[in-house]
Design a protein around this ligand. Sequence first.
Ligand SMILES: Nc1ncnc2c1ncn2[C@@H]1O[C@H](COP(=O)(O)OP(=O)(O)OP(=O)(O)O)[C@@H](O)[C@H]1O
Ligand SMILES: [Mg+2]
Length: 321
Amino acid sequence: MTRDDRTAVGARILSLGGGKGGVGKTFITANLAVALARAGYRVVAVDADLEGANLHTCLGVPTPLVSLADFVAQREDDLGKLLIDSGEPNLQIIAGTHANLAEAQPSHLRRVRLMRSLRQLPADFVLLDLGAGIHASVLDYFLVGDEGLLVLQPEPTSVENAYSFLRAAFYRRLRLAMVGHGVRKLVTQAMDQRNERGIRTPHDLLREVEALDPLEGRRFVETMRAFRPRIVINGVRTAEDVKLGFAVSSVCRKYFGIEGDYLGYVNHDDAVRRSVVARKPVLDFQAGSDAAIYLQRIAHKLAGLPVGSVSADRAGGERRP
Ligand SMILES: Nc1ncnc2c1ncn2[C@@H]1O[C@H](COP(=O)(O)OP(=O)(O)OP(=O)(O)O)[C@@H](O)[C@H]1O
Ligand SMILES: [Mg+2]
């Protein structure tokens, strides 16, 4: 899609979630934003983590006075007025600073309005950096994305939380897609993992929905098809770690009946921590580092650009996804 086409349909929204804190969502958002901006796209990076805003810091932007918190608190209706220059050509940010921590989560109505406004931002790509957890607002930000990037680390805790996050997002999407009261109630029941109806998987739920209302059953299947998380494994140290992306993608297919696309991985790299300490994107801090190279590959893959080759010894000699 060319930039002119994109201007006509609105910005392409990428949401970065993962359920667990500290897995690298903010670091990856910041660096993908820089990589896409350098590839010539107009990019807005939005800090949707109002309870732990720090995206601006990863990009070396001093604590902004205006932020998404102004939109949430209804002090500002125009997202365009919250845009801040990042210092990087083509890249602007909407920070998440100075939130009212007593009411950091936007109301449902405010979220709906926000989602509409995000698409109208003057950008080719809008990247949403999400907070940890499975609060309804985090799930909505993930679902509003044209693509939801699921960021996880090769550790059991992170994998566990990523599945809980996916499950919560999937059921939320389903409940929103279902029209009938009875079917919605079924979905709500299925969200309780130990429900008495014995619905354990989305496939069990689909059977029940089809029995109740075949039309809703078709809608269910369409929703399943449209839900396509893109998997990013961060903090890779071994060839085994690389394979996790394929395993997650296979669980998506077998358990949820959905296609999870393995977008790529980023090696564990000490340059990342040092770049955060220096308040610089790793792409600037150490352009030749493994992390910088792999992030650029992911950005190019997202943009549909040729990804180039990276020498095989950089990630345990595994074939790239
Ligand atoms: N590939 C990596 N290699 C080495 N260290 C990393 C890597 N990715 C992230 N880190 C380290 O983990 C820290 C936490 O990352 P980050 O703040 O992006 O996580 P997060 O998922 O946004 O957390 P939160 O949910 O709390 O917002 C970084 O500051 C960095 O020090
Ligand atoms: Mg973060």
